[in-house]
Design a protein around this ligand. Structure first.
Ligand code: PEP
Ligand code: MG
Length: 902
């Protein structure tokens, strides 16, 4: 068929022409349909219109040249394969028109089924279905409904209301009770709705239906909900969707027909077995929408053993072929099984680890590949707390544990309200009968999602799992009344704002706030669960994969910690030292008074006295930290923020002084404070007297800190410890700054370590662009560099880290100026380039220079990969991020350095 086409650009591929690796061009669905076709599985024939055609259409608003002819040619060969013609009045070929982007976007884009039906072919369809009039008219009304809503933007509720009216007239609540006559009447009603909203009759010409449906799928790429979903999932906006045109097969032809969804392993827990939902006498959309309650897939064995066995054999085959969990959509048409879709299935974070471990055991993948199959975001999710085991709450309902975790929050019933309350800082649980793509914003805002209908494959379940949100679906004991914003359950009424707790693992729903406990994964990291001796598939898998990541990674992982307790916890989580100990908190609390004395000192003596009083306190802080990190490096950063941050705010102080003066009180001290605050006031404190500048302006300040650090180290060493202090100077922009501080520090080190030798390194942060650009000079005076990517980002972009995220980042994200905040994930092109330059020039000047990063980016998965590529020695991040950074550093090593076993 392709050979006949003389057009240059190929926009349409027959299923037999594609394969699973062509996802960019054919989308995930199209590529996998092609793969299944080529594996010889029973896939209904069809073709795929490429993402390139979609992009061309979206760019110009018109189908690209040649597309219409290519569709005609492929349609002709499809007609030939099926022995039917599209919309033939006697024996119509019907097709489905389905979106399929490179990355799965469940329910986000459009599908139109039964294309090819019209007033005449509906009769032919009935004849071909052995006179099953009901089926034919039901198919026709579904086409008008889907076509109207999707292609012509007719409000969907209008069709729903007409359907409800028909059921009411019939005295039933069940669609299946409507007979052919009722459905014929419904088709008339739907056509009137169509006419009213579009000003034209429902199109009878099959090819026109097809072309309009294809257009609508193209356009759905830019539907608002798809845009929101892509932003949330970080899917690029310019990929476009492919369109699959597939011969229809029918699951609604009677009790020997049906449709279902199957997973080769449990996508929630990873457990092996047969998971899925089946719905007899129904079309696929009914299952995915969760509109009718399904039965577990196992029951198909009783209903249709032949199809069941066949399905199981295909599932095994697909899993062996893809070497991963597959999810599958299938339809049985009068006892004949058809495979409608497969893909590597979405899974929860827990399932990702468990399945990766199982696949290694089964010899399907190696450990490098297992590491590649999980990620830091999933690990972070597993470190969330869960409900306490021994709480006394009784569940009021039990639904399906659709996406694990423990969520507690105020009940809301609409997406808009969820967004509103969440913006006010409340934790909310979005409660719906079922969700649909319009609920997306609410789902993003909510802590958890609770529905009364739908199974593990309902929209709510699939989307929540993708987002890592807790979800309980199908809790059918809940009687939900959305307009009145309430639900009743177990004789109790719950209204908006009441607190509920939902357990996405067990599916249990509780009224009130159930206490939560840490995750097993955290307990494992903390050392209280021994993976060798407990029967917990998740903990064992995490242990195994983490061990492999540790064996592979080149980056060392340190932690940012300012207290002994944080240091100890981070060490249990695998931290191999401290990359940033911020000393400023040591100037707060009950030490404020001493700091005030320091700042207000009028003479050298007063200042020296205040510093002398601070010295032993600082020393004790460091002793504790060195003890917890014994044998590992501890980078202590000299004080960074401007000193006025340690004084009360100007306005408050001014009011206090005025009030006290009014009362005739003695305000001499407050006045002095106020004067000092006024004196130190800066318009741009982030760019003002802070960091090394402060150290050069306030005599003795850095010296006191250096002395405290070195004395603490000596004290630890004298007690038999192995302290490894590294002194770090903040905000250096010129080598002269560092040289001045270093000269003073070296004198102190020399003096203090006379008692007991301790190695002390002196290095600098690289967080001012000038420092990055003169790194070669600075390296002459530094034994290590630590990239302060928070300040480096602020100064490279020229925006204040304290203000801009709330002020305008939303707009920048919307415009795609950046895909993610550069404070969250390193801006490789700009800030990253500064890091690269500094690393290269620093190392050129001093080959043994140690390089690390201690900004927030040190714990961000994508940034960790970047720092690995640049060749830093370590990343440093908050204690809870340490396991994430270890995992990602291992993944980065396996991905960029290649594997020795593949
Ligand atoms: C940084 O700027 O990246 C850094 C680690 O220092 P701080 O956040 O304390 O300014
Ligand atoms: Mg900084």
């Amino acid at each position: 068929m392709a050979a006949q086409e003389t057009v240059e650009h190929k926009y349409v591929y027959d299923f037999a022409e594609g394969n699973k690796d062509l996802k960019d061009l054919l989308g995930g669905k199209g590529a996998n349909l092609a793969e299944m076709t080529n594996l010889g599985l029973p896939v209904p024939p069809g073709f795929t219109i490429t993402t390139e055609a979609c992009k061309a259409y979206l760019a110009t608003g018109e189908e690209p040249d040649g597309l219409a002819d290519q569709i005609a040619a492929h349609l002709a060969s499809l007609e030939q394969a099926m022995g039917k013609r599209l919309g033939d009045p006697r024996d119509p070929l019907l097709v489905s028109v389905r979106s399929g982007a490179k990355f799965s976007m469940p329910g986000m884009m459009e599908t139109v089924l039964n294309v090819g039906l019209n007033d005449r072919s509906v009769v032919g369809l009935s004849a071909q279905a052995d006179g099953n009039d009901r089926f034919a008219w039901d198919s026709y009304r579904r086409l008008i409904q889907m076509f109207g809503k999707t292609v012509c933007e007719v409000p969907g509720e209008e069709f729903e209301h007409a359907l409800d009216d028909a059921k009411r007239a019939k005295g039933t609540q069940n669609d299946l009770d409507l007979d052919a006559d009722d459905l014929r009447g419904l088709v008339d009603a739907y056509k009137r709705i169509f006419l009213k909203h579009t000003g034209r009759e429902f199109p009878q010409e099959p090819r026109e239906q097809l072309d309009l449906a294809i257009r609508a799928v193209f356009e759905s790429w830019n539907a608002e909900r798809a845009v929101v979903y892509r932003r949330q999932e970080r899917i690029p906006a310019d990929l476009g969707t492919a369109v699959n045109v597939v011969a229809m097969v029918f699951g609604n032809l009677g009790s020997d027909s049906g449709t279902g969804v199957a997973f080769t392993r449990d996508p929630a827990s990873g457990a092996q077995g047969i998971y899925g939902d089946y719905l007899a006498n129904a079309q696929g959309e009914d299952v995915v929408a969760g509109i009718r309650n399904t039965v577990p897939l196992q029951e198909l064995e009783k209903l249709d053993k032949k199809s069941y066995d066949e399905l199981l054999s295909y599932m095994a085959r697909l899993e062996g072929h893809y070497k991963d969990l597959c999810d599958i959509e299938f339809t049985i048409e009068r006892g004949k099984l058809w495979m409608l879709q497969t893909r590597v299935g979405k899974r929860t974070a827990a399932a990702a680890f468990v399945i990766a471990g199982q696949l290694v055991d089964e010899g399907l993948i190696d450990l490098d590949e297992a590491l590649h199959r999980v990620n830091g975001a999933q690990l972070a999710q597993l470190m969330f707390p869960r409900f306490q085991l021994d709480h006394e709450f009784q569940p009021v309902a039990k639904g399906i544990g659709a996406s694990p975790g423990a969520a507690v929050g105020k009940v809301v019933f609409t997406s808009a309200r969820a967004v509103e309350l969440a913006a006010e800082g409340a934790d909310v649980i979005l409660v719906r009968r079922e969700t649909n793509p319009d609920d997306l914003n609410g789902m993003i805002a909510a802590k958890g999602i609770l529905t009364s209908r739908g199974g593990k494959t309902s929209h709510a379940a699939v989307v929540a799992r993708g987002m890592g949100k807790t979800c309980v679906s199908g809790a059918d004991e809940l009687d939900i009344n959305i307009p009145q914003r309430k639900f009743t359950v177990a004789g109790q009424t719950v209204t908006e704002g009441d607190v509920v707790s939902i357990d996405g693992t067990t599916g249990k729903v509780y009224l009130g706030e159930v206490p939560v406990m840490p995750s097993e994964v955290v307990q494992y990291f903390e050392g209280s669960l021994d993976p060798e001796h407990i029967d917990n598939a998740l903990v064992r898998a995490v242990h195994r994969i983490m061990s492999h990541a540790d064996a592979k990674r080149r980056l060392t992982v340190r932690t940012n910690a300012d207290t002994g307790a944080d240091a100890a916890r981070a060490r249990r989580f695998g931290a191999e030292g401290i990359g940033l100990c911020r000393t400023e908190h040591m100037f707060l609390g009950d030490r404020r008074e001493l700091v005030e004395r320091l700042i207000l000192a009028r003479t050298d003596d007063e200042r020296d006295e205040a510093l002398a009083a601070l010295l032993p306190l600082q020393r004790d802080d460091f002793v504790e930290i060195f003890r917890e990190m014994d044998g590992l490096p501890v980078t202590v950063r000299l004080i960074d923020p401007p000193l006025h941050e340690f004084l009360p705010p100007l306005e408050q102080l001014a009011v206090n002084v005025a009030v006290a003066q009014e009362r005739g009180e003695d305000v001499a001290k407050e006045e002095a404070l106020l004067a000092a605050v006024r004196r130190m006031h800066e318009e741009n404190p982030m760019l003002g007297l802070r960091g090394v500048r402060l150290g050069l302006v306030i005599p003795g300040l850095f010296a006191m800190q250096v002395r405290a650090i070195v004395e603490a180290a000596v004290a630890c060493a004298q007690r038999g410890g192995d302290p490894r202090p590294e002194i770090m100077v903040p905000l250096v922009g010129a080598v002269q700054e560092l040289e001045t501080v270093r000269a003073e520090a070296e004198k102190i080190i020399e003096e203090v370590t006379r008692e007991k030798a301790v190695d002390v390194l002196i290095g600098t942060m690289i967080e001012v662009p000038r420092a990055a650009l003169t790194a070669g000079q600075i390296a002459e005076a530094a034994q290590f560099f630590s990239f302060g990517t928070n300040d480096l980002t602020q100064m490279a972009w020229g925006f204040s880290r304290d203000d801009v995220e709330g002020a305008f980042f939303w707009r920048y994200l919307e415009l795609g100026i950046f895909g993610i905040s550069p404070f969250e994930s390193i801006d490789r092109d700009g800030v990253g380039r500064l890091v690269r330059i500094a690393a290269e020039e620093g190392r050129a000047a001093r080959p043994e220079l140690k390089l690390g990063v201690c900004g927030e980016h040190g714990g961000d998965p994508d940034s960790v990969h970047f720092f690995h590529e640049v060749g830093l020695d370590y990343v440093s991040c908050s204690p809870f991020r340490v396991p994430v950074a270890r995992l990602e550093a291992g993944r980065a090593a396996v991905e960029t350095d290649g594997s020795d076993s593949r």
